[in-house]
Design a protein around this ligand. Sequence first.
Ligand SMILES: Nc1ncnc2c1ncn2[C@@H]1O[C@H](COP(=O)(O)OP(=O)(O)OP(=O)(O)O)[C@@H](O)[C@H]1O
Length: 541
Amino acid sequence: MSDTKKSVRIVGKAGTLAEDFRPELVTPLRDWQLLESNPNGDSHHVSRNGGVHGLELLRPHAAENPIRKHDMAKVQLLVLDDDPPVLKACCEIASGMGFAVHAANSAEEAREAVRVHALDVVLMDLKMPAGGLSLLEEIRMRRPRSSIVVMTAFATVSSAVEAIRLGASDYLTKPFAMDELTGVLERAGQRRSFELESRRVQQHLRGQNGHGRLIGSSPAMEKLYRIVAKVALSTHPVLILGESGTGKETVARTIHTSGPNGSRRFAVVECGQLAPAVLESELFGYSRSAYTGFDRSKDALLTSEEGGTLFLDQVSEMPLDLQAKLLRALQDKEVRAAGSRQGVPLTVRILAGSSRNLSSLVDQGLFRKDLYYRLNVVGLHMPPLRERPEDIPLLAEHFLERMRRESAVAYQFSADAMRVMSGYGWPGNVRELEGAVERACALSSGPVLHMGDLPTQMQSMAAIDVLAANVLRVDERRNAESKSRAEGGAPAIVSIAELEREAILNTIRQLHGDKLMAAKLLGIGKTTLYRKLKEYGISDS
Ligand SMILES: Nc1ncnc2c1ncn2[C@@H]1O[C@H](COP(=O)(O)OP(=O)(O)OP(=O)(O)O)[C@@H](O)[C@H]1O
């Protein structure tokens, strides 16, 4: 055996690629020769003319492989190449990584595989006799969710660019080293596993009317659920913006509990409600020596339980000097408590919420731009309730169901109450709705909740609606009269008593029989109303 200087040592345990490594199978190593194999069979020296000196390729044993086999087990990979040795090598490497591998050495075989298998990843040579780019487009159309990795020769890098434009997610230029191939497959597989996992989270949390603890089935909420399922699997900061009461903290909790560390601690810090010094000690802690008279240290929330989540509510209210300190902690991934020279690793995931427009606070110099970008790695916008009125009945029923469980009273909404709630603007969003339902249960005299049990501002809104409808009716009547006059007819004379009768009856009709409310709206006492009804011959039944 000669020329060991120009050799590569392939190292690995039995059962890994090293054991059955055959250099002729891998494109970039195609012209390498096996020089020697050590007696244990776990190390091989190969050489080629002008090869890289002393390069060592380490093939980890499956158990040490950064991609665990079970992560890839469900990932279906198609390898397409018309060069049989390359095809075989790529398939072997991919199945060693745990992919479920399908091989194709022609466009026809590839089409058949695309038809039969729900492919997640496609590794394809662009230089196919029938035209690789058109085949790529075809695969993209048939399997739009799959990630496509293209292999090209150096001379055709421009076609790799074209392939990316057509939807390929990555590319390899031939000849490539084995770790380039495993790297690109690893990325594609991880991307796919991540998507499968986020879909699984979404399906798991998907209830009939919402997602986990979030209720709502409007398109805006459905979009939010898809993002929540994705970000739950990562550890990036998320900035949740939205008006007060739209559910920012509820979304933050859902992100935490639906992620892999859902059983760890979820802590909330109200940045706007704590004095700056208290906020600082909560976030960063302090050591005993920091202040005279302190006999113990305080742990920082930023370094509390590994894998936990810290929700910074109303982060816009954080003083600028603390913003700078938080930014440093996020950048260095290290937290320094007051009075301590030693940094402690940042262990929690940061989610932040604000009901103020942070980017305009940045423009006004009231919030640090660099911190804004750090926190806004993913931005979520909570839609106000008035923009998703279809969620109002679902939310109202959800809160009422909770009241039924807590009180064992079979509460239900009257049609009126539901109509008024559905038409109201809810400036205080879901929190206001939740409060209104609780109040109605507390005030109602029976299990049926009427409009009169709702907060006064909602009743006034309903009153305005009713009066507007009455004005419309009077206008219609006036128009009809002037039309009749214009046509030469005698003007219709309506007595005051008749107008009064009409106003009372219309109001009661529109309030679906709620006479107390009608009296209130008409500005008369309830005794007067009952007397009038008696005069009209309408019994109070
Ligand atoms: N989609 C939803 N489904 C069920 N309950 C919700 C939803 N959104 C909000 N809530 C409820 O409404 C109340 C207010 O929600 P939350 O505290 O999450 O709002 P917020 O936007 O963080 O409010 P603030 O800006 O005032 O801090 C909570 O009791 C929460 O349970």
